[in-house]
Ligand binder design. Structure first.
Ligand SMILES: Cc1cc2nc3c(=O)[nH]c(=O)nc-3n(C[C@H](O)[C@H](O)[C@H](O)COP(=O)(O)OP(=O)(O)OC[C@H]3O[C@@H](n4cnc5c(N)ncnc54)[C@H](O)[C@@H]3O)c2cc1C
Length: 448
């Protein structure tokens, strides 16, 4: 049993973000319309952003979610706003050529800028801050590899950074656990719940119809162009549409079989501390940035944007008997990273489902009125927003819908049907890999 003394009296097993952006419980859910121009499955950043742009273009747009609107990762994530993928420029260059690698990272930057643009033009108050990111090196070798990777990014993409040697680390984070690190000054943070809520509000004002608590069980095509339609079967009846977008990411139901065979859902976990003295947070995290490390399997820390708490995530992909156990384990790691935090209590713990793909890359695709966007591998705030807009353009037949993220096939593996039993093993492998690199073995780190 996790130690009870480490939890506040009002401790909650739900996302901290829901305090300010609670899920709307609609009971009974509104009737399912008989038809629409576009049906979107999934109400996270991807689905809602697509819906917003489609409705503004005059399309009759219905968003269906199996749960409450915003139930998925979009109101559960850490709110790190970055432009990094699990595959770095060097890896992409080696496997797909320099042109492809640069196109990927230029579009990733566009995705990052899209969030800033959307927040500004839609006037969404979501605590978007350009706070900079600290990446801690978990070994001297990781430090060298990080410097090399960031130098490549600077040379090829103009991305600014500076290295922080171990001796100067306390100016960034009150920790001795890292072997130095790096700052990327122009990355940001956001309140992911308020961002999502803002998008939902704008979409609703634009005329988008939201149908929560309704699971899509199958999408069947009837006829061919120009009279092609889709029958979208749900737990509450059938809706007919000219276009369908599947935006279900880590929550993809197994009955959406084609997509489920290509997406690897895995659990992410986060905790929030009790309210802490301002002076303590200023001592622990002086610049109030976002913080993570060079490993594949990362721990991530940030101050809350709206109260004096520290939020932390990690143990991704772990199996656990209860969220309280995970909370206790994350707290132990937090205290190892920031010993000065002392005997801290926790106010929240939560989990959310991320989505990996077999090539670690996000994918957008589909044709003839049936599209998808998935596999953000921890970059879902920028990529979900960006893909949402691209998906809208695709449905509208606009050339801006094209993207480098549709050029590689979204692959499955033989026998894989959507049961990610191997995720804990994969995480162990990443841990071993990081340890091996840390011993000076040839290879590369991952500056997430
Ligand atoms: C703990 C955690 C931390 C993260 N941190 C970050 C971060 O700091 N920065 C970052 O950029 N990204 C982060 N991510 C990733 C990011 O949150 C996701 O990539 C992003 O929210 C995905 O958005 P989405 O709209 O595609 O899907 P989601 O928001 O997950 O929404 C999918 C929706 O589809 C619905 N659905 C699924 N199947 C069906 C069906 N058959 N019928 C109807 N509805 C269905 C689900 O109910 C769900 O509401 C994190 C994720 C987690 C879990």
């Amino acid at each position: 049993m996790a130690q009870e003394g480490i939890f506040t009296e009002d401790f909650k097993e739900q996302p901290y973000w829901w305090d300010r952006a609670p899920l709307q419980q609609v009971s009974p859910p509104p009737p399912l319309p008989a038809q629409a121009d576009v049906v979107i499955v999934g109400s996270g950043y991807t689905g809602i952003t697509a819906a917003l742009y489609l409705a503004r273009s005059g399309a009759d747009t219905v968003v269906i979610d199996a749960e409450a609107v915003g139930y998925g990762a979009s109101r559960r994530n850490a709110g790190f706003l970055g432009r990094v993928l699990k595959r770095d420029v060097a890896w992409l260059e080696k496997h797909h050529g320099e042109d492809h690698a640069l196109r990927v990272y230029r579009e990733l930057n566009e995705a990052f800028e899209t969030v800033k643009e959307v927040v500004t033009t839609e006037q969404i108050e979501a605590y978007l801050r350009i706070c900079g990111r600290f990446i801690g090196a978990t070994s001297p070798t990781h430090y060298e590899l990080l410097a090399k990777e960031l130098e490549t990014n600077k040379r090829k993409l103009g991305i600014d950074y500076h290295m922080v040697p171990r001796g100067g680390q306390h100016s960034e984070i009150a920790s001795d656990i890292y072997y130095g690190g790096a700052i990327i000054p122009d990355l940001g943070s956001i309140h992911p719940g308020l961002y999502h809520k803002g998008l939902v509000d704008r979409a609703t004002s634009a005329g988008v119809k939201l149908v929560p608590h309704t699971a899509v069980t199958a999408v069947r095509q009837a006829g061919s162009a120009p009279s092609r339609r889709f029958q979208v079967e749900t737990s509450r009846g059938v809706i007919e549409a000219a276009n369908v977008i599947e935006a279900t990411n880590g929550y993809t139901h197994r009955n959406l079989a084609w997509l489920a065979r290509r997406v690897i859902p895995f659990q992410g976990y986060m905790i929030a501390t009790e309210i802490l003295p301002t002076a303590l947070i200023d001592r622990l995290l002086p610049h109030r940035r976002t913080y993570l490390q060079t490993n594949m399997n990362i721990n991530f820390i940030r101050p809350a944007p709206d109260t004096e708490r520290i939020l932390m995530g990690g143990l991704t992909g772990s199996r656990t008997p209860s969220l309280r156990h995970i909370a206790a384990d994350l707290r132990t790691i937090l205290r190892r990273i920031l010993p000065g935090i002392g005997d801290v209590k926790l106010s929240h713990v939560w989990t959310g489902q991320c989505a990996g793909t077999f090539d670690f890359m996000p994918h957008i695709g589909g044709e003839d009125g049936h599209y998808y966007g998935i596999g953000y591998n921890f970059a879902g705030i920028p990529m979900g927003t960006y893909f949402g807009r691209k998906l809208a353009y695709k449905v509208l037949g606009r050339p801006e819908g094209s993207t480098v993220f549709e050029t590689q096939p979204l692959r499955s593996m033989p026998l894989y049907t959507g049961n990610p039993w191997f995720v804990p093993l994969a995480m162990k492998y990443f841990d071993l890999h990081d340890w091996w690199i840390g011993r000076g073995a040839p290879g590369r780190s991952k500056a997430a």
